[in-house]
Design a protein around this ligand. Structure first.
Ligand code: KIV
Length: 274
């Protein structure tokens, strides 16, 4: 048996069993070394399509492709040893039909080895969730603020401002639950609504800009590490990576300009062989 086959990762069953129990911890990851650092602390790592914005500098997640997700998914799988790895299906790779979703999701699972996919699931997507689950593809749903819908929503605004919006988010959550999603991300919703969703569904809710009452939490890792000047209101910064990067780069630049780098210990002095 190969070393890879022996790895005991968190599974969809263990995550589901955490409904109402010990909070589920998750972060996004996009590369192998970061995944290795986060792995001991997380139940699952999400290869989010936020990669488009926080790694590739795109203005939204709409420009992210299936090939990008597969490449980052493979890298994260190489770095994570115990956490379950879930990969986002990007915009355009699943909405048109359940069949298209199956083609994209099966490619993601076969080419990365991840355990599940996540889709931004409006009520219309319930048939797709059911189609995938019936065909052995575990699905994490994503309700509330759906970043791939930015162009129809007209921005990244928190949901739950009207009774109609509240009912829509609840309907998204209930339909994904009934269709067989094993968990769902609840993003950018009024706190009370996030609690209501958590009580209304049978599977764990993973909050981001939602509520501490959710069954778990996720943040976009570069945001929580403080890599950017701006982050959404719901982000708590646990480091100041922007300052660390800036300070290190400035010291390096000064050393190069002063010719104090490389120093004696940082050069090769090889013995001539001939
Ligand atoms: O793409 C992503 O990183 C996500 C999280 C915000 C949940 O979907």
């Amino acid at each position: 048996m190969s070393a890879q086959a022996r790895v005991q990762r968190t599974t969809t069953a263990t995550l589901k069993a955490r409904k109402g129990g010990e909070p589920i911890v998750s972060l996004t990851a996009y590369d192998a070394p970061t995944a290795a650092l986060l792995d001991p602390h997380c139940d699952f790592l999400l290869v989010g399509d936020s990669v488009g914005m926080v790694v590739h500098g795109l203005p939204s997640t709409v420009g992210v492709t299936l090939d990008m997700m597969i490449m980052h998914g493979q890298a994260v799988m190489r770095g994570a040893k115990n956490a379950m790895v879930i990969v986002d299906l990007p915009f355009g790779s699943y909405e048109a039909s359940p069949q298209l979703a199956f083609e994209s999701a099966s490619r993601v699972m076969q080419e990365t080895g991840c355990a599940a996919v996540k889709i931004e699931s409006g009520v219309y997507a319930a048939d797709t969730v059911r189609f995938l689950v019936e065909r052995s593809i575990p699905v994490m749903a994503h309700v509330g603020l759906r970043p791939q819908a930015v162009n129809v929503d007209g921005g990244f605004k928190a949901k739950g401002r009207s009774e109609k919006e509240r009912e829509k988010v609840l309907a998204e959550a209930r339909s994904a639950d009934e269709a067989g999603a094993f968990a769902m991300v609840v993003e950018g919703v009024d706190e009370a609504l996030a609690e209501e969703v958590t009580q209304a569904v049978s599977v764990p809710t993973i909050g981001i800009g939602a509520s501490a009452a959710c069954d778990g939490q996720i943040l976009v890792t570069p945001d929580m590490l403080g890599q950017f000047d701006w982050a959404p209101k719901f982000v708590r910064r646990y480091a100041d990576l922007k300052a660390v990067f800036g300070e290190a780069a400035a010291r390096y630049a000064a050393d190069v300009r002063a010719r104090t780098f490389p120093g004696d210990a940082e050069v090769y002095r090889v013995k001539r062989e001939g």
